[in-house]
Design a binder for this molecule. Structure first.
Ligand code: TXA
Ligand code: MG
Length: 462
């Protein structure tokens, strides 16, 4: 099977307009398609594939790339699990492009039949199927990186494979206009997990999806690198007190500002505990893992001295370093000092003279003068760049390749570049990665999501 990458630039889709809705939850949006644009044709091709076949399609969202299929078709949903090699007991998130579409699903099969027969419920007679607890969250964070757990109606239109036997389902309205437009064109809610092969780091660029799923799916939409870089926050407001099941793009501090969510609790563990079943089934699996062994240094852990580092890596051929706030370039191995008792034995030579701060970002431009809560343009940040050094020492027979990536001091930049950095180091063939963690004790930013993913990926924590 050939895997095609279809480039789609959000700026080229057409003119987008917005209309506030009566209940003030999420604005309705409308696109006047630029029909002659290749981008629109590419999006149509992908939507047509979703609507008429059981092939899952890779597509960008603001968090990570998803692997989507019609959430109401069992065979299409099974094809997602198959392409990823995902365990069947790990439920998928369902993506919606409008509140109307979500309400339709929450009402179940009966409501669809009623409206097909022309039987309309009287205005005001029916209760809104969206639980009140979620409304402040939807108003504030949708479209955006937040997944809410909702009751799945008994006569649900969702394929049973989506929920993996639970009587609830996760729902999200993505902020990426590409994702919204794709759902709209396909005409169905899209079940979509992250588009990585199971256990691998989530993909934040189309080529990551291709690296994992080449030959397993037909189509990937390339909308550029993802803006957030870690997956959505998953929350359960059906329990009391409400709980965060997975930390992500929306932070605990932001949630606590919403009525009903002041006492939201952490309902996840960074490492699975023996005998305890996590409330989000996906959190029990090994995940986010590159092929190399990851050694994570928590904030506050002492930086390993060059001598200690050398001791740890001298048997290795190639090692990676991901640093954030304080670590020096290549862990200071370049410093001309005695290593392993050798006076002048160690030298490190930089082989590339590339940019020092690889993650440049530009704000999404609002060229269409639309509300800024939708992502309308590709973020121009680059994938993290690895600097190459060769470390030689009289105590070792071969030079060791050292690949060094600087993600910067800001947690949002670290989030954006993290998965890409892990993948980049895998491609370089490193067998060990040292990572400098970020401080997640304050809880004000996306650091909790970053550290959650890193603790899961790490084999050793220091
Ligand atoms: O940002 C995201 O959320 C991305 C993009 C593509 O939208 N999607 C994503 O999906 O990360 P996935 O399948 O990789 O993660 C879904 C998480 C899993 O941990 C799963 O166990 C949890 O959501 N989940 C799904 N349905 C659930 C339910 N009914 N109850 C509890 N947890 C649920
Ligand atoms: Mg995933």
């Amino acid at each position: 099977m050939e895997t095609d990458i279809l480039p789609v630039s959000p700026e080229n889709l057409g003119r987008i307009t917005f209309k506030p809705t009566a209940d003030d939850l999420v604005d309705e949006w409308h696109i006047e398609w630029a029909n002659d644009a290749v981008d629109v044709q590419n999006l149509q091709r992908a939507a047509y594939e979703l609507a008429t076949t059981n092939n899952p399609v890779g597509f960008p969202t603001e968090t990570v790339y998803g692997l989507g299929a019609d959430a109401t078709k069992g065979e299409a949903v099974r094809a997602i699990f198959q392409a990823k090699g995902r365990p069947a007991d790990n439920p998928l998130i369902v993506h919606f492009s409008s509140i109307k579409q979500l309400r339709g699903l929450l009402k179940g099969r009966r409501s669809t039949e009623e409206s097909d027969n022309g039987v309309q419920a009287e205005e005001g007679e029916e209760q809104d199927p969206i639980p009140e607890i979620y409304k402040p969250l939807i108003r504030k964070f949708w479209p955006g990186p937040l997944t809410i757990i909702l009751p799945n109606p008994e006569d649900s239109l969702l394929a049973p494979e989506v929920t993996a036997g639970l009587n609830t389902f996760g729902a999200r309205m993505p902020r990426s206009i590409l994702a919204l437009a794709l759902i709209d064109m396909a005409g169905c809610p899209l079940a979509a997990p992250s588009a990585n092969a199971s256990t691998r780091p989530s993909p934040t660029a189309a080529e990551h999806v291709k690296d994992d799923l080449n030959g397993r799916i037909h189509t990937i939409i390339d909308g550029g690198p993802c803006n957030v870089g870690v997956e959505s926050t998953v929350v359960d407001g059906l329990s009391s007190p409400p709980a965060i099941l997975r930390p992500g793009g929306v932070t605990m501090e932001q949630l606590r500002q919403c009525p009903g969510w002041e006492n939201v609790v952490v309902g996840y563990k960074d490492k699975p505990e023996h005998g305890i079943r996590p409330r989000a089934p996906g959190m029990k699996y090994r995940h986010y893992s590159p092929k190399a062994m990851v050694v994570l240094y928590e904030t506050g852990a002492t930086l390993p001295s060059p001598t200690e580092t050398f001791e740890q890596i001298k048997e290795r051929k190639s090692v990676g370093i991901i640093r954030t706030k304080t670590w020096p370039k290549a862990l200071g191995l370049a410093i001309n000092e005695h290593i392993d008792g050798q006076a002048n034995g160690n030298e490190i030579a930089e082989k590339s003279n590339s940019i020092s701060n690889p993650i440049n970002t530009t704000e999404p431009s609002n060229s269409l003068a639309a509300p800024s809560n939708l992502l309308l343009s590709i973020t121009q940040h680059q994938v993290p760049h690895a600097h190459h050094y060769a470390l030689s020492d009289s105590g070792i027979p071969h030079a060791i390749d050292v690949w060094d990536i600087d993600l910067g001091a800001q947690a949002d930049g670290v989030a954006r570049g993290l998965f890409s950095a892990l993948r980049e180091l895998d491609k370089k063939g490193v067998d060990m990665i040292f990572v400098e963690g970020v401080d997640d004790r304050e809880g004000g930013d996306i650091a909790a999501a970053v550290m959650n993913r890193l603790r899961k990926a790490a084999e050793v924590r220091i």
